[in-house]
Write a protein that binds this ligand. Sequence first.
Ligand SMILES: Cc1ncc(C[n+]2csc(CCOP(=O)(O)OP(=O)(O)O)c2C)c(N)n1
Length: 331
Amino acid sequence: MSTALDPARARVASDTALLRAMYETMLRSREIDRVAGAADGHWHASEGEEAVLAACYCGLRDDDWVAPHYRGMLPAACARGADLRRLFAGLSGKTTSYSRGHYRSDVCAPVEHRMIGLYSGALGPTLEYATGAALAARLDGREAIAIAVFGDGTSSRGNAHEAINLAAVLKLPAVFVCQNNGFAISTPSASGVGARSVADRGAAYGIPGVAVDGNDVIALRAVLEVAIARARAGGGPTLVEARTYRVAGHLVADPAPYRSADEVAEWRSRDPIARLRSHLVGLGLLDDDADAALRARLRDEVDAAMAQAIADPDSGPEALAPGEVFAPARA
Ligand SMILES: Cc1ncc(C[n+]2csc(CCOP(=O)(O)OP(=O)(O)O)c2C)c(N)n1
C-alpha cells in the first residue's frame, strides 16, 4: 500500500479541479455548521473535521454509493449534488425536504444521490448497508464502489465488525473510513477502542488498515484514491482511519468540560482549511481577494438556503403517508 501512496499524493496535490472542489466543500461545511448550529442546539458540528468530508465525498463517480457519518451528512450530500435548501428543510420536517418530513436530513441522506442514511438513531447499521450496496455494485458489474464513513465510537459496534468482515470475506468493492475525532460523546477514543488503533483492526479482518492524518486533506485523499482503485479493481475493501479532532462539542449544547481548553486550542491551530488554503496559494490557484469572494459567496448561499427552508411549509399528517420516499434511484 505504501509504495503506491507517493504517486497518489503527488497526483492529488496537483489536481486543480479536485483541490478546488475539496476546498469549497470544506468552507461550505463550516458555513453549514455556523447556520445550523445557531438554529439547533442538537446540531453535531464538523468543525476541524472538514478534511475528512472533503476527501471522502468529492471526486466520486455518480454511481458510487456513500454512507456518511451523521457528523458531516449535509456537506456530504452537497458534494453529491443535493440541494442545501431541501437539506435544511429536512432538519425541521418541512414538506420541501427530501424525505417530505419522514426523517431528519442530518441522519438520513437523499437516496436519489445514491446516499445511505441511518434510518434510525442507532449507530452501526450504515456499515452494513454499505456492505450491501457494495455487493449490489459487484452484481451490477459496473465497478462502482461503496464508501462508509463512521466515528471511532461506532467502529466498536458489533454490526460494524460484521459489515467489514463480510466485505473482506467477499472481497467487495468497499472502503471503510473511520472519522476518528478522538471522542464518542465524552469517552476518549483511547478508552473506547480496545485495539492499538482502529487501523490495526484491518489485520484482523485480513484487509489493509491505514492510519493517516485526517487534517491533511491531500494525504488522506491519496490514501483513499489507492483504496478506491483497489476496490474498483476487485482487490477488496480497505479500512482507513482518518485521525482528526472534534473541535466542537459532541453537539452544540455540549460545553465539553471533559477536556482542556489547551487541547482544543492546539487542534484548532491544525485547522485543515487553513492548511489547504496555504497549498492553493502556493500553487497560485488562490489569493486573498479570490478567497474572500469565495467565502462571501458560500456564506450568502448558505444563509439564503436556511432562510428559504425556514419559510417552507411544515409537513402535516398527510405528508407522512407511506410513499416512494425511499425508492432507490437507478442510475
Ligand atoms: C447503537 C447506539 N449506541 C449509542 C448511541 C448514542 N450515541 C449517539 S452519538 C454517540 C457517539 C458516537 O461516537 P462516534 O461514533 O465516535 O461519532 P462522533 O459523535 O464522535 O462523531 C453515541 C454513543 C446510538 N445513537 N446508537
